[in-house]
Design a binder for this molecule. Structure first.
Ligand code: 13P
Length: 281
């Protein structure tokens, strides 16, 4: 009888271990599956109130994708409130392109995260290469902006990416690693943070990295996120950005660890934007 009990205990222990292993494996696969791709359009300094018609077309086409991905449009600040109203209840969320780190005060021309949230934005792009180059934004400033976004519950879409000369010098991973270290605040979760890898030389040029290049950088970013944010690192979305078009979207967005796209020029027209998102149909 005693022997039987011991055998049973052993048997139970075996099942428990096997269960743990399976749960861990399942957990791993579930973690991978839990990442809902995000296709976000960065309209940059384009769009007038008349562009609402294009948003309406996007909303009409977004419904069929709603269960598969998240779609976001980041118009200029002047359109956030009217786009948010127009997109209410639809499969499209509205984001912003930049914010000031301060909540309010004497900063003529700047817009705080509080104001963006008040206007209906759900996310904000920070550290885009055009902000880093045109406005000399540093990693520390980008980090402060991401913290400002979190202060009001906005998702921060933090952009990183190397210049052409840096890629040619074989420094891509060094540059991206440094930008991640300096630009990301502690305590990131999948809801609070999205990374956009945008090689500067691929933005608006029609040039794109090879899928192997994209895979290398995205795997590196994933590894950095896993190290820095432990449990959440595996589910933070990593977008690719830089000359994504409907005809190259499949090649770029099906690369491992690519969880969507940050689209510039091709996000201005509903047909192109939806054509890119259709990769996930
Ligand atoms: P393009 O898609 O126009 O190359 O722009 C990419 C970008 O900068 C998105 O933030």
């Amino acid at each position: 009888m005693q022997l039987k009990k011991d055998q049973l205990r052993l048997w139970d222990a075996g099942i428990a271990v096997a269960g743990l292993i399976t749960a861990r494996r399942r957990g791993f696969y579930m973690a991978a599956a839990k990442v809902t791709p995000l296709v976000a359009g960065n309209w940059k300094m384009n769009g007038l109130t008349a562009s609402r018609g294009e948003l309406t077309k996007m909303i009409a086409g977004a419904g069929v994708l709603a269960s598969k991905i998240e779609l976001m449009v980041c118009p200029p600040a002047t359109l956030i409130a009217i786009f948010s109203d127009a997109a209410k209840g639809s499969a499209i969320t509205i984001g912003a392109q930049d914010c000031d780190a301060a909540a309010s005060g004497a900063h003529t021309g700047d817009i705080s995260a509080e104001m963006l949230a008040d206007a209906g934005a759900r996310a904000v792009i920070v550290g885009h290469s055009e902000r880093r180059s045109d406005h000399h934004e540093t990693d520390a400033q980008v980090r402060a902006k991401a913290q400002a976004a979190w202060r009001v519950g906005l998702t921060a879409i933090v952009c990183v990416g190397e210049q052409r000369a840096e890629r040619e010098a074989g420094k891509t991973l060094d540059v991206v690693g440094r930008q991640l270290d300096g630009s990301l605040p502690d305590g990131a979760t999948a809801a609070k943070l999205v990374i956009a890898y945008e090689p500067v030389w691929a933005i608006g040029t029609g040039l794109t990295p090879t899928p192997a290049n994209v895979a290398e950088v995205h795997a590196f970013i994933r590894q950095q996120l896993n190290t820095r944010f432990a449990g959440d690192g595996g589910t933070i979305r990593i977008l690719y950005g830089g000359s994504v078009k409907p005809d190259n979207a499949r090649e770029l967005l099906t690369v491992a660890e690519v969880n969507g796209a940050l689209v510039g020029g091709a996000s201005l027209r509903a047909d192109d934007f939806l054509g890119i998102a259709a990769v996930y149909r």
